[in-house]
Every structure is written in structure tokens, then in C-alpha cells.
Design a protein around this ligand. Structure first.
Ligand SMILES: [Zn+2]
Length: 421
């Protein structure tokens, strides 16, 4: 360390000799623009919770600098903190009985029509007190955090009435307070039709638009709004009305789109300026074109594909051709994707959807940040980005996708501070 002068860079912490997966285009080979932005034997410095400097050791040698804390990081890889951009991890009860039913041959739609599925979780979620719901949900968030997740999206959608939707969103908020993770709360009142509105779907949509959305927005309990546009859920026209109302209230939207059938969900998401359209197994060419035009992120959820033993793959090659950003997520939920491991979802995205390891890692960093509207603030290791970091002992980050159940970060940094482990 050199003497402090007026021109000295004064940092809070610096890592020397680390390998960085910056995610920054500047560090990519121009022939492989969607790479990891790798920088070997490099330096990362942070100050006031933000990335303050990134570069090579040679560049550092010509500078005046000082740091409160210096870490020799040879052999370590630093990635942006992982971003989990699509979960339903706040819920009561479990649905392992449906898992067993599916093993006997029942389909998701049959289970749903027989009162299982989302409505079964709704009953268990309504029955749980707020504290009980927190107790049941927190371990799932902590499992994700232990893998290096630093930003976590959590949807409501198992309350399906105002009090219980608000209860879920308060639990999501408390998970953020307890773990230090950034939790993005998404209101998903249009997830399923609650039984008290049976046969009155239009009345429920009106209730969502006129009562629930304004109340949730006024309480500042939602950062975004989602809907399930599907033949077993809500129509395109209903979804559009809900999204129009959300946008009037200043809330960005995202959509469960084209999972079980082509409902022009991708096109609807694009028309409504959605941040992301998620699932997309049955998305039409028209939907993909519109998503590309409007910069809508494609949220890939291989866990649901795996649990449902789907055979229709999302149109990965076409998404690539159209340069649609690919995000990867667990879809952590009790029925169709009870997976609280983003690293496992990254592996599944590679094995089943044939993403490259770089695409999969970008899917949980830079593109997941875009899916949450946070691209300016996180998802890369660029100067000015929030210093959310995952630090790994790896030969290469591809190992995170190739090897399941093996890797945990050796350190996690949240806004510049070492996370409690
Ligand atoms: Zn979902």
C-alpha cells in the first residue's frame, strides 16, 4: 500500500489477483459478445457499497491507492451476486400429495380442475398466520441466499383476497429485512380464481383492478405486478385490463406467458411494456418478434418444465436469433417447481434447454437484473454497480452449471458488506 495523497484512490476493500466474471460487454471477445466478460488475475475495489474500480494488476501498479481491507484473491472467482427473478416461495403447506398423483399419471390441468394446484396452496396460505408463513418460507429464501443469491423476487398469489395477499407481501418484505437480501415484491392477485368467485371470473378481475391493486400500491407492498395468462387462469383481455391498471398506479408488469398453450402471451407482454415474459414453451413467432422489438426479457423456468415432464421446449434457438435476453430462474413454488436452488436451475437450463454455461450465468446476473428492472444498479461488476458479490473457489464459473450440489460461495458481499454466514 502506498502513502495517501490527495490523488489517492481510497477504497473500503480491494481484491487482488481475482478472476472476475464482470458481465460487462467491454471485456468480451467481439466474436462472443454474450460471454462472461472475464478478466483474469484482476483487481476489484469497492467503496460505499458500490464497485469503485475494476482493472488489471498492471493498471493498478501505476495508480495511487489505499484500502481499509485488502484481500489476496488468487484462485478465486468473483461473480455478481446471483439474481433470482421469479419465485413463489412464500406459501403455506406443501403439495407432495400432488407430486405423488402426477407420478400415477395425473396432469397439472386435471389436478387443478380437481381443486388441487394453486387453490390447495391458497387454503394452506390463508390458514397460516403471518408469523407461521414467515417460518415456513424463510428456509427457502435462506437456501437461495446460501448459493450466492443477493436479489430475490417473491410473488404473492396464494392469498387471492386482499388481506391474505397483503399478508404474503408483508412476509416477503420481512424476509428481506431478516436476510439482508434485496427482495422485489410482485403482486400476483391474478394467479388463480379463488373459490368464492367461482363462475364469476369477471367480478374477480374487477375486484383485483378496483380494490386489491390500489390497496397494495397505497401500502407500498408491491414493486411490480404479474398475472397468469393461460386457459386455466386468466384471458388475454383480462390480463390486459389488470396490467393497464397496474401501470396507472406506476407499477411495472411481468407475465406468466404461453406455458401450457399459446395464448399470445409474449405479444401481450410486449404490448403492455412488460419487463419479462416467463415460461414461453408455447410462444408463437409473432410473440417472439414483438418481445424482441420491445426488449422484453424471456424468463426461462426449467424447473417447471422438469417437474411437469413437459416435452415442448421453449424456442431457445429463435430467442437467440432475435437477441432476446434470457433470464433463468427456479420458479420456486410448491406444486410445479419445488426447487430452492438457483444453481440447480442453471444446470437444468443447460441440460434441458441447451443454454451455454455463459448464457446460464448471464441468465442469473445481467439478464435477471433486466427482468427486474434493475439493470442500471446490479447484475454486472461495473463501476457504479451495487457491490453485491459472490466469491467462489473455482477453476472456471462453468463449473457452477456443470457440477450439481458441489459449489457454495466462500464469501457473499451485500452492498459492500460481508454477509452473515
Ligand atoms: Zn411462476
Amino acid at each position: 500500500m502506498k502513502a495517501v495523497t490527495a490523488k489517492t484512490h481510497a477504497w473500503d476493500r480491494v481484491w487482488l489477483g481475482a478472476n472476475l466474471a464482470t458481465g460487462a460487454p467491454a471485456y468480451n471477445d467481439r466474436h462472443a459478445p454474450a460471454g462472461l466478460g472475464e478478466l483474469r488475475d484482476a483487481v476489484l475495489a469497492i467503496k460505499d457499497g458500490r464497485v469503485a474500480w475494476v482493472g488489471s494488476r498492471q493498471q493498478l501498479d501505476s495508480m495511487q491507492w489505499a484500502a481499509t481491507n485488502v484481500t489476496l484473491a488468487e484462485g478465486l472467482w468473483i461473480t455478481p451476486g446471483l439474481i433470482e427473478c421469479h419465485t413463489h416461495l412464500v406459501y403455506g403447506g406443501d403439495r407432495s400429495n400432488e407430486f405423488a398423483a402426477r407420478l400415477r399419471g395425473a396432469t397439472y390441468e386435471e389436478i387443478s380442475r380437481a381443486g388441487g394446484g394453486i387453490v390447495a396452496t391458497m387454503r394452506a396460505t390463508r390458514a397460516a398466520s403471518e408469523d407461521r408463513l414467515l417460518d415456513q418460507s424463510l428456509p427457502r429464501a435462506m437456501a437461495l441466499a446460501a448459493e450466492g443469491v443477493t436479489t430475490l423476487e417473491i410473488k404473492s398469489g396464494y392469498g387471492l383476497d386482499l388481506d391474505n395477499e397483503m399478508k404474503m407481501l408483508r412476509v416477503a418484505q420481512r424476509i428481506g429485512e431478516l436476510t439482508g437480501l434485496t427482495v422485489i415484491k410482485t403482486f400476483l392477485g391474478a394467479h388463480a380464481l379463488p373459490p368464492e368467485f367461482a363462475g364469476r371470473q369477471e367480478d374477480y378481475v374487477r375486484h383485483v383492478c378496483n380494490d386489491m391493486l390500489p390497496a397494495v400500491a397505497a401500502a407500498k407492498l408491491a414493486d411490480a405486478v404479474d398475472a397468469f395468462c393461460e386457459r386455466i387462469a386468466f384471458t388475454q383481455e383480462q390480463t390486459r385490463r389488470i396490467f393497464d391498471r397496474a401501470r396507472e398506479l406506476g407499477l411495472p408488469v411481468r407475465l406468466h406467458a404461453d406455458q401450457l398453450s399459446d395464448g399470445s402471451g409474449g405479444e401481450l407482454a410486449a404490448d403492455c411494456g412488460a419487463l419479462s415474459a416467463d415460461h414461453l414453451e408455447h410462444a408463437s413467432e409473432r410473440s417472439l418478434q414483438r418481445m424482441a422489438e420491445r426488449g422484453v426479457v424471456a424468463g426461462l423456468l426449467p424447473g417447471a418444465f422438469y417437474y411437469l415432464r413437459e416435452t415442448q421446449l421453449p424456442p431457445i434457438a429463435r430467442l437467440r436469433e432475435l437477441n432476446i435476453p434470457l433470464a433463468v430462474s427456479t420458479d420456486c413454488n410448491p406444486g410445479t417447481s419445488p426447487i430452492a436452488s438457483l444453481l440447480t436451475a442453471m444446470n437444468m437450463a443447460c441440460v434441458m434447454f441447451r443454454l451455454t454455461a455463459a448464457e446460464s450465468l448471464r441468465g442469473v446476473t445481467v439478464n435477471a437484473a433486466r427482468a427486474l428492472g434493475l439493470a442500471k444498479d446490479r447484475g454486472t461488476l461495473e463501476v457504479g454497480a451495487r457491490a453485491d458479490l459472490a466469491i467462489w473457489r473455482l477453476r472456471h464459473p462453468e463449473q457452477l452449471c456443470a457440477e450439481v450440489g458441489v459449489h457454495r460461495p466462500v464469501e457473499i458481499v451485500l452492498a459492500g458488506k460481508r454477509a452473515r454466514s
